[in-house]
Design a protein around this ligand. Sequence first.
Ligand SMILES: Cc1cc2nc3c(=O)[nH]c(=O)nc-3n(C[C@H](O)[C@H](O)[C@H](O)COP(=O)(O)OP(=O)(O)OC[C@H]3O[C@@H](n4cnc5c(N)ncnc54)[C@H](O)[C@@H]3O)c2cc1C
Length: 294
Amino acid sequence: MKPASFAYVAPPTLDAALTAVQQHGFDAKLLAGGQSLVPVMNFRLAQPGVLVDLNRLSELDFIQQTADGRLRFGSMTRQRTLERHPLVAAHAPLLYETMPHVAHTQIRNRGTFGGSLAHADPAAELPVVLVALYGRVRLQKVSGERWVNGADFFTGLFETACTDEEILTEIELPPLPPHTGTAFLEVARRHGDYALGGVAVVVTVDQSGACTAARLVYLNAGDVPMVAAQAGAMLVGQKMNDGLVTAVAEAAQKEIAPNGDIHASAAYKRHLARVLTVRALHLAFARTAVGGEH
Ligand SMILES: Cc1cc2nc3c(=O)[nH]c(=O)nc-3n(C[C@H](O)[C@H](O)[C@H](O)COP(=O)(O)OP(=O)(O)OC[C@H]3O[C@@H](n4cnc5c(N)ncnc54)[C@H](O)[C@@H]3O)c2cc1C
């Protein structure tokens, strides 16, 4: 299949790109890495009148750390850059651990952080990481900007809070508290496929080893990244033990809302969530203490 015909613009600056999306509104589509948009256009599921190419905007390609420890990423940062960047390895171990699970190297060479978030596939890894880490995104338009928390950004299946006049320009991840351990696990039929299920776990403990905060977020478990808030709350105030972990995993698989599809039934996805939760919790708690203090 070939896409329907479209006009193409490649603005040299962010200001020019913002003007272009304001001018064309719903008729425009932003082109980042093109790894999701181009197939969708080739299948004619999207037929934008104008393609606004963001690839000339070097100002949206950066990774920085602020003085207070936050990591800031330009939305055009390639996924492959995230995977290999020393700041990510040192300060965002959950993101670092997750990156090799995103598609294939060739796709990560082109695919961007912002493109993956804006695409909002519930089976994608990066939205789950953003929500698990209490990250937020910067949305800019000609007349202003706003920051939106990850948990509020994903509003439905392939839907986000980003309007037609806005561009997602930046992603921010806060620093992890001391004694925090993280883990990401997923199951895919073949390496590089979208996963049948997966979980990101973030746990924080105090000096005694009791849990002070816990976050469990699932992919392919509903229309958006699914937070198992009640299951996470069961951990708070407790010291990790096998019985507790089993009970939390049981609660989490009831809290999520996976849809059955041609790859797996909803029941199988719940089963997967339970098994992965047990494993990920063990990993994350171990990382709070043994060389895993982030
Ligand atoms: C074979 C294959 C396997 C894949 N497997 C996985 C996988 O396992 N896990 C996974 O997570 N992903 C997977 N992907 C998707 C890949 O990670 C994409 O790179 C990603 O989903 C989209 O990023 P992109 O930069 O290519 O965005 P594009 O394809 O360029 O854009 C995607 C959408 O986001 C919009 N958009 C892009 N940038 C912005 C912005 N800055 N502001 C507002 N809107 C914007 C576009 O208009 C479009 O609607 C796979 C893709 C392929 C082709």
